[in-house]
Structure formats: structure tokens, C-alpha cells
Design a protein around this ligand. Structure first.
Ligand code: FES
Ligand code: FE2
Length: 343
């Protein structure tokens, strides 16, 4: 049994696999999620489907096939499967009645939310919806999608880095921090359960002095932050001003394997002057600064073993995230104590 199959926490959760707009009707693409190959395709009516990327006839990748109307045709022998995954035509046996055809693909649950395609490989009723992002519906904020960024590290390492403020002055020196003001002010960490924002942990009253907090910033400023973790591999950073949320940055990790991922970022922000390309380029710059740090961290799996790494008081949000992961029962991408039956 693989580690994936031993981890119902992630199997039963929703994970981003594509930007909706990048999957036009009539296309099929291969994606990977939790070590599983998935064929992602959109039929002529606009309905997206996620299937195991394996033809039930001879195991060929269905993503090598093609979309024909509301069906997917395998590229090897042309067996054709309708939207329910049922084989409806075998070209080598054209006279066979459709009700005699037994072959069936393995289908996964799929949702399109916040401009992304989300897939659940396990039981979608465990968490009926992808993580909430209310800011994506705020009329005062525009939306931009960034990534995917490919990272050779585990999902939890990537999320923990996103929650970390003490690295701004070094990794993002001159943009999100400066060395003379590297001190992290005290902040509050709490569990939350909210009708609008969902359930998880958040950090509030985070403050950081930033030379260029965003693409539009022309001067250094003290930025008020909140962070919230709503799923093991989803975190949202918001920046406030007196009038409310000015920017939300939602980090959504697609685990390819235990130690490699793709990261999808949704921006919802009040900068209507910058172009999409400029906003993406700013995020690219920030993320590419984080990348070598993330890929250098050893071990790649996040250790939840007491004493494995040294923490200090300003790592409070990281520690709360680690406790949240431990409490969730998640295993994939984590190093757990032997007492928890870990590898
Ligand atoms: S392997 Fe797909 S039709 Fe034969
Ligand atoms: Fe960073």
C-alpha cells in the first residue's frame, strides 16, 4: 500500500490541478495528483472530467487519446467512453450492442472554484467543497492567477514557508523586508471556525515593514497581515488597510508526489492599474526567490518529530501549522515519530 493510500486526509480533500481557462472544450491533458496519473478533459458542452489516466482495455494513458463531442476516445484501439466513463463504442467490434459493453473508466470528483479545477481522488463527501476563498468574490478586488510553480519539496514545507515572516529580510531583501528591520513583532495565533472563511488556524496582527509590498507600491510601508490555513495544503495571506482587505494571496498546493509539488496562486487585489503580466511577474520574482531555499531544505518531508528542528517564539504560526497537521492525521509529505507508525 502506498503512502497516498494510507492518507485519507489528502485522498478525501480537494486539490488544484489546472486553471479552468487553460482547459478549453475539446481538450485532454495529463496531470499528476498524489502519485496518481489523471486524465483531465473538457467535453464539447463545457463539462470538465477527471479520470484515472488508464484505459481499462490495455492500460494505455487515456490522455493520449482525443475528445470527440461529449466522449473521450482512447488513442490505442479507439475505444470510446461517454461522460459517465462507460465504453460506448469499440471500433474493432462495431456491431457490438452498447449494452454489451462492460468497460468503465475510473472517475474522480471534480469542481471548478475560484478559477481553478479541483480534483478529489477519494470520498468527495468528506469535504463537499474546495477550500473557501471569499475574497475571490469581492467586487472591489480583481483576480489574477499565477503559476504553476514546480517545487522539489513537500507540500507542508511549501505552506510553512508561505506562513513564515522571519525570512522576508533575507530571501526577499529590498522587496518584502530589509535587514535593519528584520525583527518580527509579536502576533496572535488562533483556531477559527467561521461561516465565511471556513475552519482552521489563523495568525492576526502580523506587521512587517516592506520596501515594496506589492507591484503597485512605490514606497516602503508598514503592512498589516493576516494568514489563515484552511486545509493542510491551502493558506491565504491578506493585507489590510483601514478600509478593509486590499489584497489576498491564496497559495494552493497540488502534491505530485510526497516531495514534489505544483503551486497555484490566486491573487485578489485592488490594483486595477497594473497589467496581469506585471502582477504575475511580481509573484514570479517572489516565488523564484523562495524556490532555492525550499528545495534546499532537508529533509524534504516536514518533520513532526520532537526536537528535529529548533524553533523560536516568532515561529509560532509554523508551530501551530505543525500541530494542525499532526491533529489532522495527515501523513503524506510528513516525517512522523515511529510511535505514530511513520516511515
Ligand atoms: S488500450 Fe485503450 S482502447 Fe485499447
Ligand atoms: Fe518567501
Amino acid at each position: 500500500m502506498t503512502d497516498t493510500l494510507r492518507d485519507p486526509v489528502l485522498l478525501d480533500d480537494w486539490h488544484p490541478v489546472a486553471i479552468s481557462a487553460s482547459l478549453p472544450a475539446g481538450t485532454v491533458v495529463p496531470v499528476t495528483l498524489l502519485d496518481q496519473p489523471v486524465a483531465l478533459w473538457r467535453d464539447s458542452a463545457g463539462q470538465a472530467h477527471a479520470w484515472e489516466d488508464r484505459c481499462p482495455h490495455r492500460g494505455t494513458r487515456l490522455s493520449l487519446g482525443c475528445v470527440q463531442g461529449d466522449s473521450l476516445r482512447c488513442g490505442y484501439h479507439g475505444w470510446t467512453f461517454n461522460g459517465e466513463g462507460r465504453c460506448i463504442h469499440i471500433p474493432a467490434l462495431p456491431a457490438l450492442e452498447p449494452d454489451k459493453l462492460k468497460a468503465q473508466t475510473v472517475r474522480y470528483a471534480l469542481r471548478e472554484r475560484h478559477g481553478l479545477v479541483w480534483v478529489c481522488l477519494g470520498d468527495p463527501l468528506a469535504r463537499p467543497e474546495p477550500p473557501p476563498l471569499p475574497e475571490s468574490g469581492y467586487a472591489a478586488l480583481r483576480k489574477v492567477w499565477c503559476g504553476p510553480y514546480t517545487v522539489n519539496s513537500s507540500g507542508p514545507r511549501i505552506v510553512e514557508n508561505f506562513l513564515d515572516m522571519a525570512h522576508f529580510a533575507f530571501v526577499h531583501e529590498g522587496i518584502l523586508g530589509v535587514e535593519e528591520r528584520a525583527a518580527v513583532q509579536d502576533y496572535i495565533v488562533e483556531a477559527f471556525d467561521d461561516a465565511e472563511f471556513g475552519k482552521g488556524i489563523w495568525a492576526k496582527q502580523c506587521r512587517a515593514w516592506q520596501p515594496q509590498a506589492s507591484k503597485a507600491a512605490s514606497d516602503g510601508t508598514m503592512v498589516d497581515y493576516t494568514y489563515r490555513v484552511t486545509r493542510p495544503l491551502t493558506a491565504v495571506l491578506t493585507k489590510q488597510s483601514g478600509s478593509g482587505v486590499r489584497e489576498a494571496i491564496s497559495l494552493n498546493v497540488q502534491p505530485l508526489t510526497e516531495t514534489s509539488c505544483q503551486v497555484w496562486i490566486i491573487l485578489a487585489l485592488d490594483d486595477f492599474a497594473s497589467s496581469d503580466a506585471d502582477l504575475r511577474q511580481f509573484q514570479d520574482t517572489i516565488f523564484l526567490q523562495d524556490l532555492p531555499i525550499l528545495e534546499s531544505q532537508h529533509p524534504k518531508k516536514l518533520p513532526l518529530i520532537p526536537g528535529a528542528e529548533v524553533s523560536v517564539v516568532c515561529d509560532r504560526m509554523s508551530l501551530a501549522y505543525r500541530a494542525y497537521l499532526k491533529q489532522s492525521g495527515m501523513r503524506y509529505g510528513l516525517l512522523l515519530p515511529y510511535a505514530d507508525g511513520a516511515s
